[in-house]
Every structure is written in C-alpha cells, then in structure tokens.
Design a protein around this ligand. Structure first.
Ligand code: NAD
Ligand code: TYD
Length: 340
C-alpha cells in the first residue's frame, strides 16, 4: 500500500491548545484518510476539553508528553509521522516577562528536539509555527518574510530562535522545513489570558477590562480557521526552506477592539480600566501576506462576523471558560492585575 492510499500521519504538537485543537478538528473533518497524533504536555494552557468532540475518533490519538523530552519525542516518531506541525510553545508575552525559563526550554530547546528527531527519522514536511512577533514592533509599513527579525520580549525572542533553528535544519540538512509567521489569532477555545477571550468573558461577568497603556497599540487579527486553512495549503504547496506570513488584514487598536466587544455585548464603556502598560510593549504588528496569497490563500473578508461568532461562542460556552477562570488562571490574573 502506498502512503497516498493509506493517508498520511500528522504529528501535531501542542494540539490541546487554542490553535492546535482548532487545527486538529479542521484537519480531521477534511482529510478522512489521515491520522493525527497529538503530542501535548498539558501545561496550564493545554486542555483536553478543547478536543472532546474528536477524542473517540479512531484517526486521532493523544499522547501526553513534552517536546523537550528526547525519549518521549523519539517514542512518538517511532509511529513514523509523514508531516509534523509544531504548535507547542509557551505563548503568553506577559508570562514570558515574569518567567522566561519555560519559554527558552519549550520554544527553543523543544523545537530543537523535534527537529533532531525529524532529521534522524525523515519526514515529508515539518511546519514550524512561528509568529509575526519575531519582526518586533513595526512603526509603519508591513513586514515581509525577508524583513529583519527584531524581537523585543522573551516570548518573541524564543520564537525567533526556534524559527531560525528550523530554517538551519533546511539549509544544513535539507530537512523539508516550512516556517509560518501568523498574526494575532482569535476564535473559540483561546485561553482567557489573551485579550479577546479575557475581555469578552470579563464583560459577560460585568468585570473590568484592563486596557494596557494608552490602548493605541495595533494588532492584526486573524480568525483561527483562516490560519488552519493556510497551514493546510502550505503542507501541500509550500516550498521547503521558505517562510510564509499569514496576516488577517484586520488591523485594530486595542481601544477600538475593546469598543467593538463592549458594543456587541451591549455593555458600558465604563467597564474599561486604563492600567499600567506592559514592559517593552510592541506598538504595532503588520504583515504583508502576498507570498502566501500568490499560492491561492486569502483571509476571510468579514472580520465583524468572525468577531461576533467568537463572542457568541464564549457567551454560549461558559462551561468551558468558567472552569479555567476559577482554576490556575485566578491566581495568575490577581497577580498580573495587582502589578498594574
Ligand atoms: P496555547 O498557549 O493556547 O497552546 C500551547 C499548547 O502547547 C498547549 O496545549 C500546551 O499544553 C502545549 N505545550 C506547551 N509546552 C509544551 C511542551 N513542552 N511539550 C508539549 N506541549 C507543550 O497557544 P496557541 O495560541 O494555540 O499558539 C500555538 C502556536 O501558534 C504557538 O507556537 C504560538 O507561538 C503560535 N502563534 C500563536 C498566535 C496567537 O495569536 N495565538 C499567533 C501566531 C503564532
Ligand atoms: P495578547 O492577547 O496578550 O497578545 P500579544 O501580546 O501576543 O499581541 O495582547 C494583545 C494586545 O492587547 C496587546 O497589545 C496587549 C493588549 N492587552 C491589554 O491591553 N490588556 C490585557 O489584559 C491583555 C492580556 C492584553
């Protein structure tokens, strides 16, 4: 039996997190012959509730393990994945400022361990999920894939390290690595430390929304399913060794984003609390996604609809986030908010 007729095996790391779980659901629905191995350490951000609906699918298996643990990774590679998609990372900038250790360990060392195993085992494609934050703050214009990398916080610096390490495995060992740099994602199942789920769930509970600094920092918002569609396209059409930006083409100041959330929920603007800014807060991110668009991808055009769909999801799924907000998150948030 050829690989094609038996379908492919995808190793998805960090699949219990926000984007990884959306990606697994997306992939299983569209690729009936494929199998997915989800390797996730289940840190505070990993949540098997995100995958409840696919957990009994015969094509899906969950392996609890750390990407920085060589033995655990080698064990999973024995199942001979054809494609690796590395989503696993420590991802929250504010946490990286307080405690960078886990960021270096997982985002840099963990990526190294995965790359080494891929080199030994051989894979058809290794997708390294990087981020637009590796370009640093972009005062004007848009970052292209050949723009300099100027990360300014431990999260973005560790992601930049992993991004270039992955590239080095292509340049040096010809490993078929493709690197993606997406802008800020939003959608269902995002851990409520990130601004959209935090502000939506706080507003639903009539709690204050802590807006950092002057609220004029700009982020470009990408709906998570558009991100999944881009990764799917790159697995088949991406050129090894290349980097692809994935931008949502929805730039908004945090203030404007906050107004839209409150207006949609019919909540008063008095819920906004201006709080002390994040240290080293990047002012603006902006991507030129022309290279990916030339392969036939474009982001969804109706941002307002995607935002409303996302807000509705948090409104309708209190069971999902109330558990989180009354658990680990509670102490973290109290500490963060106390600092401001
Ligand atoms: P997330 O924090 O929601 O999930 C991360 C997942 O990785 C969790 O399930 C966690 O348990 C797992 N994990 C962490 N350390 C691990 C380890 N050592 N071994 C195995 N698993 C581990 O993150 P997310 O928002 O879904 O981001 C996924 C990826 O996309 C990250 O690489 C991130 O840098 C990148 N990215 C995110 C965004 C965004 O806006 N969220 C934008 C661009 C790129
Ligand atoms: P975040 O969701 O943490 O993503 P990132 O820092 O990776 O872009 O933050 C998005 C923006 O929202 C960022 O400019 C910081 C701001 N922000 C707030 O104003 N208040 C908050 O409580 C949080 C978490 C973020």
């Amino acid at each position: 039996m050829t690989k094609k007729s038996r379908g492919r095996i995808l190793l998805v790391t960090g699949g219990a997190g926000f984007i990884g779980s959306n990606f697994i659901r997306y992939w299983l629905a569209r690729h009936p012959a494929d199998e997915i191995l989800n390797l996730d350490k289940l840190t505070y951000a990993g949540n098997l509730d995100n995958l409840k609906d696919v957990s009994s699918d015969r094509r899906y298996s969950f392996i609890r393990g750390d990407i920085a643990d060589r033995e655990a990774v080698e064990e999973v590679y024995r199942r001979k994945p054809d494609v690796v998609v590395n989503f696993a990372a420590e991802t929250h900038v504010d946490r990286s400022i307080g405690n960078p250790d886990d960021f270096i360990r997982t985002d840099v060392w963990g990526t190294y361990v995965l790359l080494e195993a891929a080199r030994t085992q051989g894979v058809e494609c290794f997708i390294q999920i990087s981020t637009d934050e590796v370009y640093g703050s972009v005062e004007e214009g848009c970052s292209r894939e050949d723009s300099p990398l100027l990360p300014r916080n431990p999260y973005s610096a560790s992601k930049a390290g992993a991004d270039r390490l992955a590239y080095s495995y292509h340049a040096t060992y010809r490993l078929p690595v493709i690197i993606t740099r997406a802008s800020n994602n939003f959608g269902p199942n995002q851990y409520p430390e990130k601004v959209i789920p935090l502000f939506v769930t706080n507003a639903l509970d009539d709690q204050p929304l802590p807006l950092y600094g002057d609220g004029l920092n700009v982020r470009d918002w990408l709906y998570v399913e558009d991100h999944c569609r881009a990764v799917e396209l790159l697995i088949d059409k991406g050129v090894p060794g290349e980097v692809y930006n994935i931008g949502g083409d929805n730039p908004l100041t945090n203030r404007e984003l906050t107004f839209r959330i409150l207006d949609y929920l019919g909540k008063p603007r008095e819920l906004i609390r201006h709080v002390r800014d994040r240290e080293g807060h990047d002012r603006r991110y902006a991507l030129d996604s022309g290279k990916l668009e030339a392969l036939g991808w474009s982001p969804g055009r109706d941002f307002e609809k995607q935002l409303h769909r996302t807000i509705d999801w948090y409104h309708d799924n209190r069971w999902w986030w109330e558990k989180i907000k009354s658990g680990e998150f509670k102490a973290y948030y109290r500490e963060q908010y106390g600092k401001r």
